[in-house]
Design a protein around this ligand. Structure first.
Ligand code: SAH
Ligand code: SF4
Length: 363
């Protein structure tokens, strides 16, 4: 089979990737098996948690795909109190999650920057400095990134959404606030400062082709990311992109394509951290577990206080909006064990790639 020859290659060309993204049936099974084999060899069977705290849905931006974009007046806007964030962090700490991830819409005011800085202090002192903290707070200045890093943010997740400039431009307003090069520059700053840097894309977007996705994979390799969070695009009715819903791949095809993207990325970047995205679960109740099988090693259980979860709707049918954090934990634990993986409780689960990259740099 052609796939066997391809999977033996050291590096993939764009044409190889397009073929692999398009493969089905037995060929697809071989791809998934190869990814599982590589994951077992380089990562093992341990999955790490990042307790996700959706701290605020207030956003100054207007990305065409996102349900909490500034222009959507149907959203009830909230910001968790510091006590609520600290409480959620303590939950993660007590339950030995090892790490948390704080996510918000994008704000750049001095108040916001100071607020996050103070909050990091509060979280660290309430959890004995033991949690690994991931931030996902959008585009900021280098100074801001540095200040947060100095307060113990060790990882930063900033998705490029699509690495193709033209497609990026179609997904964002042309208003001077959504600039491709600025986002790339932010990723470079984060790396310079010393964060473990994560990026990623949405899969199955309107106007997106397999060629775009192949380029996305090559782009992630080229910028040498430490971690990736990527998942299916899911339309939201209060967004401009909703009008293209009839032109999208059907939802199960988007799911399948996401699995293939995860598998291919694992084969290409053997030691990075790859998130099993929650958006997968919006399509298939076992979506995240399936992603773990084909290469993902990070899960982000939602630990946002239940009453707010419904307001952080980036896309439709977001799962687990009514669960309490405790329910999420036991449900995930059972599911992860069911597929032969264990949870690295009490461990940070940092990106092995990050350590190798830095060892090389310092050598
Ligand atoms: N404001 C920050 C972080 C919050 S948004 C930022 O934009 O970087 C986090 C991610 O949600 C985005 O990067 C995007 O990839 C994803 N997202 C937004 N809308 C989505 C949708 N309709 N379907 C799937 N993912 C979506
Ligand atoms: Fe705001 Fe992020 Fe949504 Fe864009 S994707 S509108 S920056 S929350």
């Amino acid at each position: 089979m052609k796939i066997d020859d391809l999977l033996k290659k050291e590096t993939f060309t764009k044409e190889d990737l397009i073929y692999l993204l398009d493969c089905r049936g037995e060929e697809q099974n071989r791809l998934f098996d190869r990814a599982a084999e590589i994951k077992a060899k380089y990562i093992g069977h341990r999955v790490h948690f990042r307790g996700l705290i959706e701290m605020s849905n207030i956003c100054r931006k207007n990305c065409f795909y996102c349900g909490i974009r500034a222009g959507n007046t149907n959203v009830h806007r909230y910001t968790l109190t510091d006590e609520e964030v600290v409480e959620a962090s303590r939950f993660a700490w007590k339950n030995r999650y090892g790490s948390i991830a704080i996510q918000t819409g994008e704000l750049n005011s001095t108040d916001f920057v100071n607020h996050i800085e103070n909050l990091l202090d509060k979280i660290n002192s309430a959890t004995n400095n033991e949690l690994g903290i991931t931030l996902s707070l959008g585009e900021q200045t280098e100074e801001t990134y540095r200040r947060w890093f100095n307060k113990g943010g060790i990882r930063y997740l900033l998705r490029i959404e699509s690495s193709n400039r033209e497609l990026y431009a179609k997904l964002h307003p042309n208003d001077g606030h959504h600039i491709y090069d600025k986002r790339i520059n932010c990723l470079k700053m984060l790396k310079r400062i010393g964060y473990q840097v994560g990026s990623g894309v949405m899969i199955g977007l309107p106007f997106q082709t397999l060629e775009h996705l192949a380029d996305d994979l090559l782009w992630m390799q080229e910028i040498d990311v430490d971690m990736v969070g990527m998942g299916p695009y899911i339309e939201h009715p209060d967004t401009p992109l909703f009008q293209y819903r009839h032109e999208l791949l059907n939802i199960s095809e988007r799911f399948n394509l996401s699995q293939k993207m995860t598998a291919l990325l694992r084969i290409m970047m053997k030691d990075i951290n790859i998130v099993a995205p929650t958006a997968l679960q919006a399509i298939d109740p076992l979506g995240r577990e399936k992603a773990i099988k084909v290469g993902a090693n990070i899960v982000m259980p939602n630990i946002t206080p239940g009453s707010y979860r419904n307001d952080y709707k980036l896309y439709e049918n977001k799962p687990c909006t009514s669960d309490a954090a405790d329910d999420c934990k036991s449900c995930l634990e059972a599911r992860i064990q069911l597929i032969g993986n264990e949870i690295g409780y009490g461990e940070h689960g940092n990106s092995l790639h990050f350590y190798r990259r830095n060892r090389k740099r310092l050598a």
